[in-house]
Design a binder for this molecule. Structure first.
Ligand SMILES: *[C@@H]1O[C@H](CO)[C@@H](O)[C@H](O)[C@H]1NC(C)=O
Ligand SMILES: *[C@@H]1O[C@H](CO)[C@@H](O)[C@H](O)[C@H]1NC(C)=O
Ligand SMILES: *[C@@H]1O[C@H](CO)[C@@H](O)[C@H](O)[C@H]1NC(C)=O
Ligand SMILES: *[C@@H]1O[C@H](CO)[C@@H](O)[C@H](O)[C@H]1NC(C)=O
Ligand SMILES: *[C@@H]1O[C@H](CO)[C@@H](O)[C@H](O)[C@H]1NC(C)=O
Length: 385
């Protein structure tokens, strides 16, 4: 049993492991914040154990849901469009608290819950389905809560790498005859721009984006909503490219994919639907994402203003803590002995190992080690030259 509180070295490792998780959950692209990209390249993610904060573990961050009283969303965020479905995948590997927060924020922003699918890529097989893990286990996920929220859950057959998970998304879309889908990181919170007049919510803008694309002549492959924290994917473009290169499991695999798309003259555009905060910690009560009692359809209330500044603070905190400080806020340091539990330190070291090998492979594939393959003159026929 790891004595977490007594061993700062282990605490540091766990922090680093979590930071890596945040990154590999999809955040590493040339679309990503330059500081993360630079840190990654430098391989300088060493924690100073003395910097590691000790925020107490909070087992329940949405007491109203536990009490069976999920709040109503702002009626102004309810938008329906029979012609445009918006299937959204959110991949999960670790940290239930960040996942729940992301899912709830999408729902509060108007995303229909039944169009959200959480992809359980925890690698613990059916353990979460049967409630066998404890909340302190990093791979814990509350199936009952997700059912209660009305979102779907789909389980990967085994723990997939980032690139494999992307192909899994594509294959799931193909199975359901979807010509497009959205995928989101799990360490985000979305928020509508309630202070804008006339008001248009986050989800309403997502629908706008889709409607625009229906009539376009543009050969589009991807639309990014704040880097790739939320991405709209054109399935036929993915088929055309043969999907992601799963031999490059984590870092650089996105460069490989996005650059190949560019080489085939697909567009990778940006669209602004509202705020997407990239954060490594959780709110203390998710109820703040919903109108308070009596607030009903009011916009830009004091609650909203406070929430916005809190989220901005959380995002800033994550960005400023280049060493990975504060990224292990939930303190999920337990679960040893539970089904499919793995040593988190070993888990992190192994991922690091494969990241390095993936980087080497990218270099072998393209005879180049940076992201800007197309700009550097590489063409599709020139891989493995
Ligand atoms: C990473 O390396 C680059 C260039 O070598 C340097 O400019 C940058 O300050 C380094 N960043 C960190 C966080 O060490
Ligand atoms: C999981 O969620 C359900 C439904 O909200 C709740 O009743 C249950 O207490 C939660 N489980 C744990 C271990 O928190
Ligand atoms: C997808 O389309 C095929 C034929 O076009 C059909 O046989 C199949 O049932 C459809 N699948 C779903 C999930 O709608
Ligand atoms: C995806 O891209 C293809 C090829 O450019 C295009 O024909 C198709 O309309 C796009 N799909 C959607 C849903 O817009
Ligand atoms: C790989 O790149 C180097 C320089 O960047 C070049 O000298 C070499 O010929 C390239 N190798 C192949 C096989 O193209």
């Amino acid at each position: 049993m790891i004595q977490f509180t007594l061993n700062r070295r282990v605490a540091a490792y766990l922090g680093a492991a979590f930071f890596f998780f945040l990154i590999i959950s999809g955040a590493v692209t040339h679309h990503v914040r330059p500081d993360i990209y630079q840190n990654w390249k430098n391989g300088s993610l060493v924690l100073n154990p003395a910097d590691n904060p000790t925020q107490p573990f909070q087992e329940e961050i949405f007491p109203l849901a536990k009490a069976g009283k999920i709040p109503k969303i702002n009626p102004q965020n309810i938008v329906t469009d029979k012609n445009h479905k918006t299937p959204l995948f959110i991949g999960f590997t670790r940290n239930w608290y960040l996942l729940e927060q992301a899912v709830v924020s999408y729902i509060a922003a108007g995303w229909p819950a039944d169009q959200i699918t959480v992809i359980d890529n925890s690698g613990v097989m059916d353990s979460n389905l049967h409630g066998l893990l404890s909340p302190r286990n990093p791979w814990y996920l509350n199936h009952t809560r997700l059912d209660q929220l009305g979102v779907k859950i789909k389980r990967t057959p085994t723990l997939l790498t980032f690139a494999q998970l992307q192909n899994y998304f594509i294959n799931s879309a193909i199975e359901q005859n979807w010509s497009y889908f959205f995928w989101s990181h799990m360490d985000v919170v979305v928020l509508s721009k309630e202070y804008e007049s006339p008001y248009k919510g986050f989800y309403a803008r997502i629908l706008d984006c889709l409607r625009e694309l229906v009539d376009t002549k543009e050969k589009w492959a991807l639309k990014f909503f704040a880097y790739d924290w939320l991405t709209l994917v054109n399935v036929s473009a993915m088929k055309d490219m043969g999907g992601w290169d799963t031999q490059i499991p984590y870092y650089m695999t996105d460069c490989d994919m996005y650059e190949r798309l560019k080489m085939k003259d697909f567009t990778l555009g940006d669209f602004n639907a509202g705020h997407i905060y990239d954060i490594g910690s959780h709110l203390s009560d998710l109820a703040i994402l919903f109108p308070a009692e009596g607030e009903n359809n009011a916009l830009d209330t004091q609650r909203f203003k406070d929430l916005r500044s809190e989220l901005e603070g959380m995002m800033k905190e994550k960005q400023e803590n280049k060493q990975g400080r504060n990224y292990w806020q939930a303190r999920q340091d337990g679960g040893e002995g539970e089904p499919f539990w793995r040593n988190p330190v070993g888990f992190e070291k192994s991922i690091r190992f494969w990241i390095e090998r993936g980087r080497e492979l990218f270099r072998m594939k393209w005879n180049y080690s940076e992201c800007d393959l197309k700009k550097a003159g590489r063409r599709l026929s020139q891989d493995w030259a």
